[in-house]
Design a protein around this ligand. Structure first.
Ligand code: GTP
Ligand code: MG
Length: 258
């Protein structure tokens, strides 16, 4: 039953994603352990934006909404299913499939419940799954949520909030402390998202993909704009506009030609 529901969500999302691709908007995906406060933050950030042209997205998929940043850049924010430690084996595949959305995002917001004694282990768990689904190299911000539940005195905050535990993927761009409940820190979060996306400017790149790396070509099609693609026995030469982060991720395939 649950497996069927997850599959339905996955199929629906794939269609919606195709429809959205006409809109040149960057997507930021909220990920995190279950109960981290993703949906609360999602509603808080996008609540004021559920208006006129946002309706389109709201009806297509209630978990993707428009978000306006301080720079006036608009992005799509997507809420995702929470990560759970003991998922029945039969559901693991379906669960991962619902996270396909995450692999398409320009930016990942990894939400953490700082008040949970297991927070540290949960971060590692989430980072591991992100790496497994192929999202390990997507730029991300770590968002420490439920700040309101921590004692006032800074000395009482858990030690690990000062120095970040390392995950499997690339280091996060930064850490922002918020409370989705009180709204504290949300201005800082929006500014950080703006900054992260500005850093990931769109750049030109030419890649040469040997036949054995053909699967990587789809990444360029998904996250960039292909200007030209020429196939020969040595593989494929692709000229494209891609986010800087993707160019870095595919650095070994960069071609000096053209
Ligand atoms: N005190 C406090 N509670 C919060 C905060 N953010 C969320 N919560 C509470 O945490 C619980 C879980 O919040 P959700 O937003 O449903 O968490 P989620 O990450 O979407 O959970 P899943 O969808 O199950 O993965 C709810 O009871 C929220 O009210 C916060 O900043 N402070
Ligand atoms: Mg939720």
């Amino acid at each position: 039953k649950l497996a069927e529901q997850l599959e339905a969500v996955r199929a629906g999302r794939a269609v919606q994603r195709q429809q959205r691709q006409a809109a040149p908007l960057a997507t930021a995906a909220l990920v995190g352990y279950t109960n981290a406060g993703k949906s609360t933050l999602f509603n808080r950030l996008t609540g004021a934006d559920v208006l006129a042209d946002d309706r389109l997205f709201a009806t297509l998929d209630p978990t993707v909404r428009l978000l306006s940043l301080p720079s006036r850049r608009r992005i799509l924010l997507s809420d995702t299913v929470g990560f759970i430690r003991k998922l029945p084996v039969t559901l693991v595949q379906a669960f991962r499939a619902t996270l396909e959305e995450v692999t398409q995002a320009s930016l990942i917001l990894h939400l953490v419940d700082v008040a949970d004694p297991q927070a540290r282990a949960q971060i590692v768990q989430v980072e591991k799954v992100l790496a497994e689904i192929g999202a390990g190299a997507i730029p991300r911000l770590r968002v420490l949520n439920k700040l309101d539940l921590l004692p006032e005195a800074p000395g009482h905050a858990p030690d690990w909030t000062a120095s970040e535990p390392a995950g499997d993927g690339a280091a996060p761009l930064g850490t922002v402390r918020v409370s989705a409940r009180t709204g504290e820190g949300l201005d800082r979060l929006l500014a950080a998202i703006d900054e992260a996306l500005a850093m990931d400017a769109v750049v030109n790149a030419t890649f040469r993909f040997p036949p054995e790396a053909a699967a990587k070509i789809s990444l360029v099609y998904q996250r960039g704009r292909v200007l030209q693609a020429d196939y020969d026995e040595q593989g494929c030469l692709v000229r494209a506009e891609v986010p800087h982060s993707l160019k870095q991720r595919l650095a070994e395939y960069l071609s000096s030609a053209g």
